[in-house]
Design a protein around this ligand. Sequence first.
Ligand code: CU
Length: 290
Amino acid sequence: MARHVCGQRLNALNRAREEEREVAPGRTQTTWTFNGTTPGPILRGRVGDTFVIALTNSGSMGHSINFHAGDVSPDDNMRTIDPGESLSYTFTAKRVEIWLYHCSTAPISVHIANGMFGAVIIDTEEGLDEVDEEYVLIQSEQYWSDGLNVGTDATKVVAVQPDVVNFNGYPFQYDHAPLRAATGDRVRIWVLDAGPNLDFAFHIVGTQFDTVWSEGSYSLRRRCSNDAALTGVDCDPQVGGDSAAQVLPLQAAQGGFIEFVPVEAGHYSIVNHAMSYAERGAHGTLEVTD
Ligand SMILES: [Cu+2]
């Protein structure tokens, strides 16, 4: 999938389907997906946008969809549909965030672990401040069954014993194809913890985050623009001058974004700073050049 954030047309998300996919080097398995990829398509809009999703189940078992980006009754919208059935799901985005969406058919943990999740990014009505580079990283876990070409092991999911923790559905992929920026660039990374279970201590070695948005508000903000209404308080121009954060901490389903400016060329490790998870695949590289 594209590393850069790119909002996709809504009809990019219209199928629940099963897909043979390489989930790690040398391992292919049957995954359950939205539109064939894990994560599913990233949808992007602004506060005030209405999203109309028409989802058809092209798989061989029941699936569903649950958008955290809208406040709607779960009863009809999030119902499980059988193979061949369709549903329509409409919500209006009212609030800024990177919001999780996921299959909510039981056992939800297994449907998420086997690939059925994605993100909806909602900007302010005017759009957030411009940045030089913008990426999205979604952490999730994989729990492998014995043998190849077999899906998720539900017993391991229950015991929370993941084989892999990864960004955007594949372990260590951004060590092989690094994210890129230039010195002096303002970099924004949207971060989401799809779970289904583990926490995410998002850190980039060698950087300090001067702007942090998480779960509905800024906890740090370098720049002041004219949207004090967004934060509910007047922006303090000093914030960011002598304050920074080292980790954006997220529990399952939480999201946010961070910004920073790399000042020197080099290779910056992107990690879940719960290092046992980084060593299982929640690790990548930002390559910064002059
Ligand atoms: Cu499902």
